[in-house]
Design a protein around this ligand. Structure first.
Ligand SMILES: *[C@@H]1O[C@H](CO)[C@@H](O)[C@H](O)[C@H]1NC(C)=O
Length: 215
């Protein structure tokens, strides 16, 4: 019986690890040495004796990103590369700006759950679960909060004729982003037409047209 309990405890621990975000730190902080040529899981620490208040600081999230692009949105992400003191701490933050009817297009964060709050304007937001692909969506207004579970495809669309602003927190120092359309139709080198024709069940012309949008 004791060994049964041990197995359950080990399984519980394994699942806790599997569903957690970034690994736990082994010291108070590990300010990233962004110039180190060494590759590790995360970023190399600089000597903690040399850490300064500036290492834990970033300024500028009051400034809107430029939304004058084809989707009408702009994400200003403050990850460990932008704020070296975040290294090993398992969190990051972003400001997202949306032009009227601007879209933060369908994308996923492979390493983080995202919690978003609307600062200005109204957003239609949603995510899709892993197969069998249930869609969850909601219209958010100023002060509303929504969560996008780790790894799931999600988007935000400004449904107003004024600019919108949101702030998001992530449980990773480096959430990563895969923008679906860009990844599938704009990869370098490109995925072959044969693969995409079969996957999307359409002809070559449609695939070529889609690829042309992401050159
Ligand atoms: C986002 O805004 C910044 C700051 O204005 C700008 O440098 C950057 O090019 C913009 N990114 C996109 C994708 O438009």
């Amino acid at each position: 019986m004791a060994s049964g309990a041990l197995v359950i405890a080990i399984l519980a621990l394994a699942f806790a690890e599997a569903f957690a975000g970034d690994p736990k730190p082994l010291q108070d902080f590990c300010v990233a040495d962004l110039k180190s040529p060494v590759f590790v899981n995360g970023l190399v620490c600089k000597d903690p004796k040399l850490a300064m208040p500036e290492d834990f600081f970033f300024s500028g999230l009051d400034k809107p990103g430029n939304t004058n692009n084809r989707v009408g949105s702009n994400v200003t992400l403050v990850n460990a590369a932008m704020l070296p003191g975040l290294n090993t701490l398992g969190v990051s933050i972003a400001r997202i700006d949306y032009a009227p009817y601007g879209l933060n297009p369908p994308h996923t964060h492979p390493r983080a759950t995202e919690i978003l709050t609307v600062i200005e304007g109204s957003l239609y937001v949603g995510f899709v679960t892993s197969n069998p692909n249930k869609f969850f969506a909601k219209t958010l207004h100023k002060g509303d909060v929504f969560v996008f579970p780790q790894g799931l495809i999600h988007f935000q669309f400004n449904v107003g004729d004024i600019n919108a602003v949101a702030m998001s927190g992530f449980n990773s120092q480096n959430p990563g982003v895969i923008t679906i359309a860009d990844a599938v139709f704009g990869s370098k080198p490109p995925i072959s037409d044969d693969v995409l024709m079969k996957a999307f069940q359409v002809g070559k012309e449609i695939i070529e047209e889609l690829k042309a949008q992401f050159k």
